[in-house]
Design a protein around this ligand. Structure first.
Ligand code: HEC
Ligand code: HEC
Length: 300
């Protein structure tokens, strides 16, 4: 063997070894990512009263708007394929009605509670994208009203494909590039959620901001937001951010028009068209709560 042929042979062995290692690594991640995606969860499910009266349904409609259920599941709650990246991951936003392809016809009260409050779907799998970690804190009364409203909606036929995950999605999931499902972010053995009495109080405002923490961070001082690799922090909502110089009226205008005092038009990534439908009392309570927080440095 000449020297150059020997070198080539060694290069071949090293490359072959590398390919084998990569293939094994890929296989391991492929299996691990699939297992993570399809993992089943057993969670305690409280029985709650689901009212049927018109007042509760109307309150449920308001709650479904300000908790942005309709933003994702659609105005008629018939679902869509907004989260579909072929080859990577397909997570249909389910049709919640009793029409064809909808879960509404077979869902029991316990199924609704399990999904909305605990982040576990009808088939026992952990839900992704669905922000149950924020809804976990809805009181029994509010959750009951939301369910009453969803149930009251007309059946819409909209069959959607099953959720699925492609090879790249599995690998990305296995190495932790996706946030964990809500079921893992929730303290499943924690105390049963309770709400402070409704009113213009900082305490009630704090209850209403649970849904904001989803994007603005647990301390509301901002958190990384956006797809993996392209994240930018959301604004700091404590007095440590721009809100430190705002009046209550500035806050109302921003929440209702998306226009900040500085003249910046907020992107609809910030669901202001939904939060803008909060009542004056609700927005005032949130304002009181934000003002009561320590002025934190920006998070994220
Ligand atoms: C950010 C978008 C988003 C918001 C907001 C949202 N959902 Fe979902 N929801 C989803 C997606 C996506 C799924 C499917 C998740 C999966 O299959 O992993 C889902 C799943 C569900 C399920 C479970 C269905 C099943 O397969 O068992 C129910 C019930 C549900 N949502 C109700 C609601 C209600 C009620 C609200 C408001 C309180 C709401 N969702 C808010 C995106 C959202
Ligand atoms: C789905 C993610 C998301 C949720 C949920 C969310 N926000 Fe935002 N919010 C954003 C983003 C992103 C921005 C920045 C948008 C821009 O600059 O165009 C923002 C900006 C803001 C601003 C402007 C702040 C500034 O300094 O300019 C306010 C005020 C605000 N949000 C309040 C709230 C409140 C109150 C809630 C809950 C009721 C909430 N947000 C829930 C994503 C979110």
């Amino acid at each position: 063997m000449t020297r150059s042929r020997r070198v080539l042979k060694w290069i071949g062995i090293v490359l072959g070894g590398l390919v084998a290692v990569l293939a094994v690594a890929f296989a391991v991640l492929y299996v691990a990512g699939g297992a993570k995606f399809n993992k089943a969860y057993t969670v305690p499910v409280e029985s709650i009263t689901v009212p049927t009266d018109a007042a509760a349904v109307q309150r449920g409609e308001h709650l479904a708007v300000i908790n942005i259920c309709t933003r994702c599941h659609g105005q008629d709650l018939s679902g869509n394929l907004d989260f579909d990246i072929p080859g990577l991951v397909t997570i249909p936003t389910p049709n919640l009605t009793a029409g064809a392809g909808g879960i509404g016809s077979s869902y029991t009260d316990a199924d609704w509670v399990r999904a909305i409050r605990h982040g576990v779907g009808h088939d026992g799998r952990g839900l992704f994208i669905m922000p149950s970690q924020a809804f976990h804190f809805l009181s029994d009364e509010d959750l009951g009203a939301v369910i009453a409203y969803v149930r009251s909606r007309p059946a819409v036929d909209n069959p959607l494909p099953p959720r699925s995950i492609g090879p790249l999605g599995r690998v990305m999931g296995a190495v932790g590039m996706f946030p964990p499902p809500a079921a893992e972010q929730i303290d499943q053995s924690g105390p049963r959620p309770a709400a402070p009495p409704r009113g213009v109080t900082a305490a009630y405002g704090g209850y209403l901001t649970r849904t904001c923490t989803e994007c603005h961070g647990a301390n509301l001082n901002g958190a990384p937001f956006g797809p993996p690799g392209q994240q930018v922090p959301t604004p700091n909502l404590t007095r440590g951010g721009e809100l430190g110089g705002w009046s209550e009226q500035d806050f109302f205008t921003t929440m209702r028009t998306g226009l900040t005092p500085k003249g910046h038009q907020l992107d609809q990534e910030m669901p202001w068209p939904y939060y803008g439908q909060m009542t004056d009392d609700e927005l005032r309570a949130i304002w009181l709560y934000l003002q009561s927080l320590p002025a934190l440095n920006p998070g994220g």
